[in-house]
Design a protein around this ligand. Structure first.
Ligand code: SF4
Length: 152
């Protein structure tokens, strides 16, 4: 089974109430080869919500308490991001996911890049909180770009 970021399957779960539809991934979900998850909704957020970024590091740093996730108003939302990451890990284990395809650049789902924590649109190398937790548990995580290139 494949787990897929819900926004990539066309569900309107992003912070701004929109989606990031990726047709190939939506088809996998329609064919019951993939299941959608949204770590931020699992963490207790609703749509719409404030955008948030990781301040002071990456998702790995958040998991070890060296960085935090803060929304645009300055509220510390780290615990909700961690909660969503663990709920996603639980789901990945339950369905014995062979691969998890996560939306690049998100503070939860980014697997190669995330925003730099200054809300200025600039990105840095690094993983979001959920991607970092999954990788730490040896679950294969790729981005939608890597999925498209892999011809899975
Ligand atoms: S947390 Fe992940 S699945 Fe949910 S909206 Fe953000 S990028 Fe998409």
């Amino acid at each position: 089974m494949i787990l897929v970021s819900a926004c990539l399957a066309g569900l309107q779960v992003r912070y701004d109430g929109l989606h990031c539809l990726h047709n190939q991934l939506r088809r996998l979900v329609e064919e019951n080869q993939a299941i959608t998850i949204c770590p931020e909704l699992l963490g207790g957020f609703s749509t719409q919500r404030e955008p948030a970024e990781i301040i002071g590091g990456t998702g790995e740093d958040v998991l070890v308490g060296k960085a935090k996730v803060v929304d645009k108003s300055g509220k510390d939302v780290t615990q909700m991001y961690i909660k969503g990451a663990y709920a996603t890990l639980k789901k990945a284990k339950e369905v014995n996911a062979s691969i998890v395809v996560l939306k690049e650049n998100s503070p939860s789902c980014g697997s190669s890049n995330i925003y730099n924590g200054e809300f200025n649109g600039q990105k840095i190398e690094g993983m979001g909180v959920t991607a970092a937790l999954l990788k730490r548990n040896e679950i294969k995580v790729i981005s939608e770009q890597q999925f498209a290139e892999s011809h899975l």
